[in-house]
Ligand binder design. Structure first.
Ligand SMILES: [Zn+2]
Ligand SMILES: [Zn+2]
Length: 664
């Protein structure tokens, strides 16, 4: 047994906080105030969740060097920030030059004024995030630890999360992009793949931009739609470019989104996205301007939704990244009622401590007057209207549901969010991963046909057939039940969708358990799965059209070139019942493991088209956004002989209907 830990914090979580990070002041009327972090640290200390004297709970940090900032920011920009950081010189020419410089680099719009000492402060914030990420990745920049058990698994850096800064431009209260600098450092020092999840109410545009064409970084941003909110970007169709296509994920949420809809969306999206990306580390930004009380945005979360977000990030880090997780602050402009409570909740989760029920009285006594001073006018107005109760200072850590009346249009808002979620899944999650993680959406009333097939499968055992190949015999089986999948293992070359054979096996189990899906496998006599065909109801894109099913196929890279795909597909699709269905398959070049095959995307497209053509599939022109975005992508469909003409024409018109994305 190891010695009992000296720290009351049992997990391997640490917090980075340095007073130097507070040393900025955009002015008394600016929404971003460093005081919010003072209130947070005070709450952590007075509630006993964290003590600055506890060495085991702290991680010391430093300023990022110029070279480190240079990983993301241009030298010109860094020089300009340094120059503007120095107190203004005399002479009129000097002032005019400074004005020009400020305008050129994004300091001219009033949102992000140039501040004395800002280079120093922001380099410190960037250094904090860089140290945090390096520490969980085991890099020397993260510090040295006596034993591996002392190395932190989770690091919280509340001053970090400045996600709007660009390579050569300050933007949205952000000067140096601490997140991008930290990620770029890990990319340079390791082979790791990094997942960035941005929960701030504003689109994480700076980080997305920095890694837009990089397949080693997946950025996922959940934010209030940019239709009315800064910075205006973050549309679903921003999916990355070049090799990075498919690795930028945007989930624009409707204004006035509440907890339940939010939780539904994050749960339906994050698991499949993380499964298909298979990251080595997660860095998440927990801007709490998503809260209903935030003055700058229109999202209507309470701490219940924010807590669900925090718990999910924690769970993903343990399920997929051996616990490696860095959490950052970000936006949050209800400085004293929301920020300290939301981020105390985050730290309690990371350090596995129970959140107390009540806020400490001494803390309330210190911070309620600060809040009243900020809210003076608002409070007076509410008093006049006799509504003061709705605007009181909280006394407990959690929110009280009665303080948050139901939003009008709740139903249509959650319906819109569900469509956005469906579109993101459709665009960015490979079919077999999507099928293994069905969204919580109501079950399609059209799933009956698959039931019928399943029923047939259980009345008579699933069909099987032996296939002779040059590498030995294989067994083909359709309607594989979970019990069979459990007895088999995935061949090492079966990894196109989940990157790792064990995870691919988990996916296959998920598909076998899904009553709406049918799974056909090819396996060796010793039980190694070398090929799969899945059949599942078409996703939200095809909603409302009867009996549209998606077919997906994968063959282990160790078993290619033996005609297995052809025989397996023919076997899976030879049932007479399929004549009642429209089957389609999508070849999306960004999911293909082209490097492993040594083929161009066009050659691969041709192979896929030919494979499906052998089973009666025809290539259709379509404006479906996945397909039309990339010339190497292809949509193939086979319309069963008994499908009604009315359904067929619905199907044709849906394929050409994509400009009408909003209708989805
Ligand atoms: Zn924000
Ligand atoms: Zn943990």
């Amino acid at each position: 047994m190891p010695d009992a830990p000296t720290s009351p914090i049992s997990s391997r979580a640490r917090l980075i906080f340095s007073p130097e990070e507070l040393n900025y002041d955009f002015g008394p009327d600016h929404p971003l105030q460093a005081r919010r972090l003072v209130a947070l640290m005070d709450l952590l200390e007075t509630s006993g969740l964290w003590q600055s004297s506890d060495e085991q709970a702290r991680l010391s940090s430093r300023a990022a060097t110029i070279e480190e900032l240079n990983l993301i920011h241009t030298s010109d920009y860094i020089a300009a920030v340094q120059r503007l950081s120095i107190a203004e010189g005399a002479g009129e020419t000097e002032t005019e030059q400074r004005k020009q410089l400020a305008l050129q680099y994004g300091f001219g719009d009033g949102d992000t004024p140039a501040l004395p000492d800002m280079h120093h402060v922001c380099a410190h914030i960037a250094g904090g995030s860089l140290v945090a990420l390096s520490a969980v990745m085991g890099l020397p920049e993260g510090g040295t630890f006596a034993t591996e058990d002392e190395r932190p698994l989770h690091v919280f850096h509340p001053a970090g999360g400045l996600h709007h800064a660009w390579a050569d431009r300050a933007s949205g209260f952000c000067i140096y992009n601490d997140i991008s600098v930290a990620i770029a450092h890990v990319l340079q020092a390791t082979e790791a793949k990094v997942l960035y999840i941005d929960f701030d109410a504003h689109h994480g545009d700076g980080v997305q931009r920095a890694f837009y064409d990089d397949p080693r970084v997946m950025t996922i941003s959940l934010h209030e739609t940019g239709r009315y909110l800064f910075p205006g970007t973050g549309d679903v169709l921003e999916v990355g470019s070049g090799l990075g296509r498919g690795y930028s994920v945007n989930v624009p949420l409707e204004p006035f989104t509440e907890d339940d809809s939010y939780i539904e969306v994050i749960e339906a999206l994050l698991h499949p996205l993380v499964t298909s990306f298979a990251p080595d580390v997660i860095i998440s930004q927990h801007g709490c301007d998503t809260h209903a009380w935030d003055p700058l945005t229109h999202l209507k979360l309470t701490l219940r939704g924010i807590q669900a977000q925090i718990k999910l990030a924690h769970q993903l880090a343990h399920s997929y990244c051996q616990g490696r997780w860095v959490a950052l602050g970000g936006g949050g402009y209800d400085l004293f009622r929301v920020v300290p409570r939301a981020w105390s909740m985050l730290w309690a989760e990371m350090s596995e401590q129970a959140l107390p029920i009540n806020l400490p009285e001494e803390w309330i006594a210190r911070w309620r007057p600060e809040w009243l001073a900020v809210e003076e006018q608002e409070v007076a107005a509410q008093q006049v209207m006799g509504k003061i109760s709705a605007l009181d200072f909280p006394t407990i850590f959690q929110d009280r549901p009665e303080d948050f009346p139901e939003q009008p249009r709740r139903l249509s808002i959650s319906r819109s969010n569900r469509h956005t979620m469906g579109l993101v899944r459709h665009m960015l999650v490979p079919p077999s991963v999507r099928q293994a993680f069905p969204s919580a959406q109501r079950r399609s009333p059209l799933a009956g046909l698959i039931d019928l097939l399943h029923l047939r499968g259980s009345a008579t055992p699933s069909r099987s057939k032996t296939l002779e190949t040059k590498k030995g015999p294989l067994l083909l089986r359709d309607f594989c039940p979970p019990s069979l999948v459990e007895r088999l293992v995935a061949d090492s070359g079966l990894q196109a969708f989940a990157r790792l054979p064990e995870r691919e096996h988990q996916l296959l189990l998920g598909i076998a358990r899904n009553p709406d899906c049918a799974l056909t496998l090819a396996h060796t006599p010793t039980g190694a799965i070398v090929g799969e065909v899945t059949l599942a109801p078409g996703d939200v894109w095809w909603e409302g059209i009867e009996n549209v099913y998606e077919v997906a196929i994968e063959v282990s890279s160790n078993w290619r070139g033996l005609g297995i795909a052809h025989s397996l597909l023919a076997f899976a699709l030879e049932l007479d019942a399929l004549e009642d269905m429209i089957l389609f398959a999508m070849g999306l070049s960004w999911h293909w493991d082209i490097e492993g095959i040594g083929l161009s995307v066009y050659r691969y497209r041709e192979l896929i088209a030919r494979l499906f053509a052998s089973q009666g599939f025809v290539e259709y022109p379509t404006t479906e956004p996945n397909i039309s975005m990339e010339p190497a992508n292809v949509l193939l469909a086979r319309i069963g002989s008994r499908v009604d003409q009315r359904v067929v024409s619905q199907f044709y018109s849906r394929m050409m209907s994509s400009p009408n994305l909003a209708r989805l």
